[in-house]
Design a protein around this ligand. Structure first.
Ligand code: NAD
Length: 261
């Protein structure tokens, strides 16, 4: 069979969206790179500057050095996220909600960009947490990340709770940390119930998050993948588009609008 052109793939995805009623958008770090937030694994990504082996929950919990390294990375990511804006990929996913097509967004990202683009809070399932909030692991006092970033800018390397001197941790799931129970269950249920799952910007290698598109497929949903690099599920996708999420979806959405008019 002749390979489809990009135009044909874009038409096919638009058609799938128009026919679907319960879409799940599954997003990873790649959906935010066009906003200027690097992913982890691409060349120039976070892992080309930091060693992934140093960033485990166990290292954060048990060593002062581990907490120091985590806060160096969190400072970089937090500062970057504070000055970046949602991009056309986030906007397109928010538009799917306005059009009544979107069941939910299941995201691995911690940057809160989907909500900033206009998706309702209750339609965004954040599997790996949210970087904008920090809590004390001893007394549970909450802090906005902005306040902690200010402490870091003043030279504090490992912030501690002002009330009890407990360890402060962002509401982000670290590598090796248990997944949040409610979010994981809810995501699985929604994925199993959708009629189209659109993956945008995920290498689909971080589990259990990457099970979600698999659950959708197993339950009979169509699968579309928009990703620059290869993924393990490429061979299973009904539509597979190699490209940037924002660029591709900016071409898909006018066709969807036109057909829904
Ligand atoms: P990843 O780094 O493993 O993969 C990102 C994928 O996106 C790659 O396959 C890359 O080819 C692709 N990509 C990059 N830019 C793209 C674009 N503009 N359009 C389409 N595809 C693009 O990321 P992951 O699979 O999401 O997993 C890494 C973990 O790191 C996740 O848990 C994620 O939460 C976390 N993370 C989050 C952020 C964020 O919140 N913005 C940033 C970095 C890492």
């Amino acid at each position: 069979m002749a390979e489809q052109t990009l135009e044909q793939q874009i038409d096919e995805l638009a058609e799938l969206i128009v026919k679907s009623r319960r879409i799940v958008a599954f997003t990873g770090a790649g959906v935010s790179t066009e906003s200027g937030i690097p992913d982890f694994r691409s060349p120039g990504g976070v892992w080309s500057r930091f060693d992934p082996n140093e960033f485990t929950y166990q290292q954060f919990l048990h060593t002062e050095e581990g907490r120091k390294r985590h806060w160096q990375l969190l400072k970089q990511m937090g500062e970057m996220m504070a000055v970046t804006e949602p991009n056309p990929a986030h906007d397109a996913i928010a538009e799917l909600e306005k059009l009544g097509k979107l069941d939910c967004v299941i995201t691995q990202n911690v940057d809160g960009m989907h909500q900033r683009a206009g998706n309702s809070e209750d339609r965004v399932i954040q599997l790996h947490g949210n970087i904008t909030r920090v809590y004390c692991m001893s007394c549970d006092k909450r802090y906005p990340m902005d306040e902690i970033l200010e402490w870091l800018r003043q030279g504090i390397e490992v912030p501690l709770c002002v009330e009890c001197r407990g360890i402060l941790k962002p509401e982000v799931i670290f590598f090796g940390e248990a997944m949040p129970v409610w979010e994981t269950r809810e995501a699985e249920q929604r994925a199993r119930n959708c009629d189209l799952c659109i993956v945008v910007g995920s290498s689909l290698v971080v589990y259990p998050a990457a099970f979600m598109p698999m659950y959708a497929l197993q339950s009979g949903a169509k699968l579309a993948i928009i990703n620059q690099g290869a993924t393990d599920m490429d061979g299973m996708a009904h539509v597979r588009i190699y490209g940037k999420g924002g660029e591709v979806l900016s071409q898909v959405m006018p066709r969807v609008r036109e057909q829904l008019r």
